[in-house]
Design a protein around this ligand. Structure first.
Ligand code: ASN
Length: 601
């Protein structure tokens, strides 16, 4: 069976370009040029970036500039699409070894500031700290739904033989054709997930790899994207959560490390430490002094995260030497890279979460940086039977095909388990690698369903595991709206405590609907949550119009009590009183007439 038949994700590859107008064939890409070898020229003290040079050389290359087009437009690709790019050069241009956390924030802010003007973003960056920047951006860019690719080169474009031209062109083509709503790192024919990537080679051209996660795409004669592993777009508005807390550090263990070195290292202001341990997360369990130093720090509130020094594999509690660390209060970093763990720690600390929440989120997969625990060893998975029978019908033979089917079915299974309140099934699927935020065709997630059906334990579990609280479905509906609509007050409250907000435009339409349906309890809950009952929808219809038309006397009385305007008119000049009279609700008409003139506006 071909891949095409079993790929059930929404995205199509490649996008069809035939029949697109000229404007549609153009994709706008912003290139943020921060520095790095790619744009360097040899000077007396070695390579250094030179302002203006990169743009000049790029525009002189035929692959980047169609001579018949305005500056910054490429010739058409094999899919008939041109890319219009702009290069925003940073000042100063930096060797990435000179970059700090404020530079990450600047890049994130630039993406945010130009988010609506461009379809995708490239970040040209030095290779030395590229994996850190890519990881940091992946966390800071919350609700990202456009492609961001970080790239650079080992040999500058100024050299005759270089890898900069290919890396830049491939990354530009990827950004200009594919919707991969993630922060990626492109190098030498591989598109890696940014927070999984590491620089492994100081001199080779194939300098980056992601040991625990296969590339998202490979560029050869064809470009093949592993769509089933690409994160789904959230449909929400991008938010930047800047990394402002730099009290984090990485400590690579070595045989013979002394207690005093450790004590000094763990001293304030350090709040978060990534411990790079041996093998599968091991440290000397016979060193009481060493373990005591760690315990004292964790008891003081320092979050210490265990990652492995190895490029592949994860920390696991297989050895007594690893278990000792857990007993000392050290959090498991699973299969995260030290780069991802460090930037994630800084991100969570910057968000101001308390220590318990940070520990929990360090063990939670937020942006694909972490393979959920248990996903490799699974002893029981009842949903698997269903997946297997679908696989059989589709005649999937290879494990990869079966995995793809499983992933494609997860959203449906998660939503149905959410609606049914089957917490065990949800747990099994999440442990088996299912995305907490997996959405069905209508953009509904397990959280929507559980909120609508009043499954408090499922809602609590999903929120604690980090599910997106303000996720919207195809009709703009949020879990909070679902909870309110179905009058699940405890759930609405829990969602609110986890940051759920009622957007005013959503609140108006939900209020009108509730008023029209005579759902007084839900309407009350909306107003209690800050919705303004005097607002009208696009047609100027207010909740009072709807309640008066449909004859819901109790709702009308409640709205009058809230001070909702009586004399308000809709787009066609009709007032709530007109509606009541037109639909023969005499009692309601009397009630409306009884409101003193002074209180009618
Ligand atoms: N030192 C350079 C940098 O990170 C290395 C490179 O880009 N290849 O900026």
């Amino acid at each position: 069976m071909s891949r095409q038949n079993i790929r059930l994700t929404v995205q199509e590859y490649p996008v069809q370009y035939q029949g697109e107008s000229m404007d549609e064939q153009l994709r706008n890409v912003l290139i943020l040029y921060t520095g790095g070898t790619i744009g360097m020229i040899k000077g007396p003290r070695g390579y250094r970036p030179v302002p203006g040079f990169l743009e000049r050389i790029v525009r002189s290359l035929p692959a980047f500039q169609d001579p018949d087009m305005p500056p910054g437009v490429t010739p058409p690709s094999r899919y008939g699409r041109r890319i219009r790019y702009e290069i925003k050069e940073y000042n100063p241009l930096l060797d990435s070894s000179n970059m700090g956390m404020d530079h990450w924030v600047r890049i994130a802010r630039d993406i945010e500031g130009h988010y609506d003007e461009y379809d995708a973003f490239l970040v040209l960056h030095g290779t030395d700290t590229m994996a850190y920047t890519a990881s940091a951006l992946s966390f800071m860019l919350e609700e990202l739904d456009k492609t961001v690719i970080v790239t650079g080169s080992q040999i500058p474009l100024s050299q005759v033989r270089n890898d900069g031209g290919d890396n830049l062109l491939d990354a530009l083509i990827l950004a200009g054709h594919y919707d991969i709503p993630e922060v990626c790192l492109y190098f030498r024919s591989k598109l890696l997930r940014g927070n999984r990537a590491q620089k492994l080679d100081a001199s080779g051209l194939d300098a980056f790899d992601s040991g625990n996660f296969a590339p998202l795409a490979k560029v050869g004669i064809d470009i093949s994207v592993r769509w089933e592993h690409v994160l789904s777009p959230t449909g929400e508005r991008l938010r930047v959560a800047p990394i402002t807390n730099s009290n984090v550090a990485t400590l690579r263990l070595f045989p013979g490390i002394t207690k005093s070195i450790l004590d000094n290292f763990l001293r304030p202001p350090v709040q978060g430490v990534v411990l790079e341990t041996y093998g599968a997360g091991n440290a000397p369990d016979q060193r009481v002094d060493f373990l005591r130093a760690l315990r004292e720090a964790t008891e003081r509130g320092v979050v210490i995260v265990n990652t492995t020094q190895c490029h592949r594999g994860a920390v696991a509690a297989d050895y007594a030497t690893g278990a000792a660390l857990a007993e000392a209060g050290v959090t498991s970093g699973g299969d995260m890279t030290p780069e991802a763990a460090l930037t994630k720690l800084a991100y969570l600390l910057s968000k101001g979460f308390d220590e318990a929440r940070i520990r929990q989120l360090m063990e939670t997969n937020l942006r694909g940086e972490l393979t959920s625990r248990g996903s490799s060893t699974r002893f029981s998975f009842r949903e698997k039977a269903f997946v297997n029978s679908v696989a059989k019908v589709l005649a999937a033979t290879t494990q990869q095909e079966k995995d793809e089917i499983e992933r494609a079915l997860y959203p449906v299974l998660m939503c149905s388990a959410g609606g049914l309140g089957d917490l065990d099934a949800i747990r099994r699927m999440v442990d088996g690698g299912a995305d907490l935020n997996a959405a069905d065709y209508d953009g509904r997630t397990a959280l929507h369903l559980a909120a609508a059906e009043g499954r408090l334990d499922v809602v609590a579990y999903l929120l604690n595991r980090g599910a997106r609280v303000n996720v919207i479905d195809r009709w703009g509906g949020t879990p909070l709206q679902d909870a309110i609509r179905h009058t699940h007050d405890a759930i609405a409250q829990l969602l609110t405590e986890h940051g759920a907000v009622l957007r005013s435009e959503d609140a108006v339409s939900t209020m009108c609907r509730m008023a029209g349906e005579g759902n007084l309890a839900a309407l009350r809950r909306l107003v209690d949550n800050g919705a303004d009952p005097s607002l009208g929808d696009y047609d100027g219809r207010t909740p009072l119009h709807l309640a008066a038309s449909e004859g819901h006397r109790d709702v009308v009385a409640y709205l009058i009590e809230c001070g909702a305007p009586i004399n308000v008119t809709d787009r066609w000049g009709g007032s709530p009183l007109d509606d009541a009279e037109r639909h023969g609700h005499a009692e309601i008409a009397d009630l409306l007439r009884s409101v003193p003139q002074a209180n009618r506006q």
